[in-house]
Design a binder for this molecule. Structure first.
Ligand code: TXA
Ligand code: MG
Length: 351
């Protein structure tokens, strides 16, 4: 059952601002949304089972989808895990604080409501001064999924959290827009070959370079068919999804623009309201539809940063269908295409 709360919205533009109210809420089992460098998180004390259960209720999140535990320093990690292998140490040194989540063998301290009954726990140290300060002051590890209603695009500004969760949590810390815009890379290092369960800001190449060995991608992420169960339980759900059905076009820029324009024209003739997800480079070439720019094709960081906000804008505009340009699945493009494919429910057209 979702408890109703008075939701206090606090503007915090630097970590020196007084956050004691939010800190007290976390310590007493409340829910606090806060900015991270990837997306906004919906936090609760990870060691308080009742508080953790409130996260699932507020989001409408399936109980079999485990949470990431956020820490502010390495001392907080020790009690949470059974072992911190040399590989894990190497990666933490290279990428923490930052958008890399490590799946590690959990200690008995971490309850089944956090890990959905798995014997591993996902941990990350976020690289956002407000997140770090909040966790440090609370002195508890903070379980936090993205602060959206389950299935909707993750929040990249505090207003998205307000839209989805107002009245269902105690505090929203408004720290302005996030930097990266897509969720952290989730990496499983329990097997022989480290495996990316969810692509994100830290790419396979970056991890491989630090470890000096190959990094695999969960094979269930790649194909259009999802017959096997992905290893990150959350990856099996329709996610990041706007309300209107969406199709992603993949091909050369010119071919994509042409195919989208043709389809947009046809759909409008049929009386449908069409949203087009374009880039700075292509936007002016479309003659039909509501055209929104999602950043520059030549800097995928700008695309990641705007992706979820643009999906939400299409929702607010009430379009019937969304046609989106695709991107090369390289570097950060792997994460961007993973989110686009999921938002589109695997509806991809190669042109
Ligand atoms: O950037 C992020 O990671 C954001 C910010 C708030 O830190 N958080 C986030 O959390 O995206 P969430 O709950 O939306 O996604 C967590 C993902 C899910 O796909 C979940 O299945 C996976 O991590 N996960 C969590 N614990 C796991 C575990 N023990 N083994 C495998 N996958 C796990
Ligand atoms: Mg999420």
């Amino acid at each position: 059952m979702v408890e109703l709360h008075f939701t206090r919205i606090m503007k915090v533009n630097n970590p020196k601002v007084d956050m004691s109210h939010a800190v007290k809420e976390l310590q007493s089992g409340g829910l606090v949304a806060f900015p991270t460098e990837t997306v906004y998180g919906l936090g609760a004390n990870a060691l308080n089972p009742e508080a953790v259960r409130k996260i699932f209720a507020a989001k409408g999140r399936p109980g079999d989808n485990p949470l990431i535990v956020h820490i502010a320093n390495l001392e907080m990690l020790e009690p949470l895990v059974k072992e911190f292998s040399p590989i894990a140490k190497q990666l933490a040194e290279a990428f923490w604080p930052g958008p890399l989540t490590l799946v590690l063998p959990k200690s008995d301290l971490v309850g089944p409501e956090v890990t959905a009954g798995l014997d591993t726990v996902a941990v990350r140290m976020p690289q956002h001064p407000i997140a770090l300060r909040l966790i440090e002051l609370a002195r508890v590890p903070v379980a936090a999924p993205s602060a959206n209603t389950s299935g909707r695009p993750s929040p990249t500004v505090a207003q998205h959290v307000v839209e989805d969760l107002h009245g269902k949590l105690n505090v929203i810390i408004d720290g302005g827009p996030v930097g990266i815009g897509v969720e952290s890379t989730v990496l499983d290092i329990s097997g022989e070959v480290p495996m990316i369960l969810r692509p994100g800001g830290i790419t396979a190449e970056m991890i491989a370079q630090v470890l000096g060995r190959e990094v695999a991608m969960d094979p269930t992420l790649a194909g259009a068919s999802i017959e096997e169960t992905p290893k990150a339980p959350g990856m099996k759900y329709t996610h990041y999804a706007p309300q209107a059905p969406m199709t992603v076009f993949v091909g050369s820029e010119q071919a994509m623009v042409q195919a989208i324009q043709t389809q947009a024209h046809q759909l409008e003739q049929e009386g449908r309201r069409v949203g087009i997800m374009a880039t700075v480079e292509s936007a002016a070439q479309y003659a039909n539809g509501l055209v929104l720019e999602v950043g520059s094709r030549h800097d995928l960081g700008t695309v990641a940063a705007k992706l979820y906000a643009v999906l939400r804008q299409f929702d607010s505009a009430g379009v019937d269908v969304i046609l989106a340009e695709g991107f090369p699945a390289e570097g950060l493009g792997v994460a961007v295409m993973n989110r686009l494919n999921k938002a589109a429910g695997q509806s991809i057209i190669r042109v």
